[in-house]
Design a protein around this ligand. Structure first.
Ligand SMILES: Nc1ncnc2c1ncn2[C@@H]1O[C@H](COP(=O)(O)OP(=O)(O)OP(=O)(O)O)[C@@H](O)[C@H]1O
Ligand SMILES: [Mg+2]
Length: 310
C-alpha cells in the first residue's frame, strides 16, 4: 500500500491525477470499478485471491484483474490477462520464448507423483508460479538425482504447485526493463550485483536476500546489446506492454538465457530494480525521486497514448 501511495503521489505531481481504490476482496473491486469513473486503471495485483502468501494461478480463471477490466472496456496499464497468465506460469513463458527462438534454459515441469526426467547436472529447482525468490535457497541447485528428488519434494510439499526443473545458469545475472510502447518504447539493461558477504554456496538470489536492499543494479556494459536483443524478442513473443522486466543469466558458455519475465515489476522508490535501472540510464540533476516521477510518468503517458487518451 505504501508503494501504491508513492505511485499516486508521483502521478499527481506530474500534472495528471490519480486516485486509489483500496479493495480487499472481489466484491469490493467490482463495486469500485462499477461505481467510480477511471480513465486508466493501474492494478498492483495479477488476480484476486484470499491467499496473501503466494501469487499462484488464482482460484478461478475469471479472477484475473485484466480480464475484469477488459469486460468493462476499461483501459489499463500492462499486458492483458492471457499474457499475465503466461508470465506467472514460468514453464508457459519458457515454452512461448523457446518457440519464438529466444534462448531459455532446458526445463521440465514436474507434478507431484510424476517420474523425474533424466537430466544434465547441475540443475535448478524452483516453484513454477512464484515471485520474490519464494522457495529458492542454496538447495535449489542440485547436483545428483538424490538432491533433485529432495528439492522437487520440498517444492511440492511447501508450495502446493508443480516444481520447475531447469538448467542451472552459473553466470552473471542481468535484468532489462521494457518501458513504453511504439515511439515511447525503451529497453534499459542493468547488471544485477549482490553484496558478496550475503552469498552462500551459489551466486543466486535466495528468498532471504530479496526486499532487503542486498542487490544493486550496475551498467550492463558489453552485455547491453545481447540482453536488449533477447528482451526485445521476448517482449514481442509474449505481447508485453507498458512496463515489464525480463530477468536473465549467462549459461556455462556465456550465452544469455531468459529465466523469467515479470508482468508487474516492483516500483518501490527508489529500491526496486525498475527505479534503479531508470536512474542508471536517465539520472537527472534533481535526484532519484525526480527520476522516479519521470519513470512513472513515462509508463502512464505511454499507456494513455496506446489507448489514444489525450
Ligand atoms: N536457472 C537458474 N540458474 C541459476 N539461478 C537461477 C535460475 N533460476 C533462478 N535463479 C536465481 O533465483 C532468482 C529468482 O528466480 P526467478 O527470477 O526465476 O524467480 P522470481 O521469484 O519470480 O523472481 P522475481 O522476484 O524477479 O519475480 C534469480 O534472480 C536467480 O538468482
Ligand atoms: Mg526474477
Amino acid at each position: 500500500m505504501a508503494v501504491t501511495q508513492e505511485i499516486a503521489k508521483a502521478i499527481n505531481r506530474s500534472g495528471k491525477s490519480a486516485e486509489i481504490a483500496s479493495v480487499s476482496n472481489m466484491d469490493a473491486l467490482i463495486r469500485e470499478l462499477d461505481t467510480r469513473k477511471f480513465d486508466l486503471v493501474w492494478s498492483a495485483l495479477y488476480h484476486v485471491t484470499e491467499n496473501e502468501a503466494t501469487i499462484g494461478t488464482g482460484d478461478n480463471d475469471e479472477d484475473w484483474v485484466a480480464d475484469i477490466l477488459d469486460k468493462r472496456r476499461l483501459p489499463y496499464i500492462g499486458p492483458d490477462a492471457a499474457t499475465m497468465k503466461a508470465l506467472i506460469h514460468k514453464t508457459a513463458t519458457h515454452d512461448i520464448l523457446d518457440k519464438a527462438g529466444v534462448p531459455v534454459p532446458y526445463h521440465y515441469q514436474i507434478e507431484p507423483g510424476q517420474a523425474l526426467p533424466d537430466i544434465m547436472f547441475p540443475a535448478f529447482v524452483k516453484p513454477n508460479f512464484e515471485s520474490r525468490s519464494v522457495g529458492i535457497n542454496d538447495n535449489s541447485v542440485v547436483n545428483t538425482v538424490k538432491e533433485l528428488e529432495a528439492q522437487v519434494g520440498f517444492i511440492h510439499k511447501n508450495y502446493d504447485q508443480p516444481a520447475l526443473v531447469e538448467e542451472y545458469l552459473p553466470g552473471q545475472e542481468y535484468t532489462v526493463l521494457m518501458l513504453g510502447n511504439g515511439a515511447y518504447q525503451e529497453f534499459l539493461p542493468g547488471m544485477v550485483t549482490v553484496d558478496p558477504g550475503l552469498l552462500g554456496r551459489y551466486p543466486i538470489l535466495r528468498a532471504d536476500m530479496r526486499g532487503v536492499g542486498a542487490t544493486k543494479i550496475q551498467p550492463a556494459g558489453e552485455l547491453s546489446e545481447k540482453t536488449i536483443d533477447a528482451t526485445a524478442k521476448a517482449m514481442k513473443a509474449l505481447n508485453c506492454l507498458d512496463h515489464v522486466r525480463a530477468d536473465m543469466r549467462l549459461d556455462s558458455q556465456g550465452n544469455v538465457k531468459i529465466i523469467e519475465v515479470n508482468g508487474i515489476p516492483g516500483l518501490k522508490p527508489v529500491k526496486s530494480w525498475s527505479p534503479q535501472i531508470y536512474t542508471l540510464h536517465h539520472a537527472s540533476k534533481k535526484g532519484e525521486m525526480e527520476d522516479y516521477r519521470a519513470l512513472i510518468d513515462h509508463i502512464v503517458s505511454s499507456a494513455l497514448a496506446r489507448y489514444g487518451i489525450a
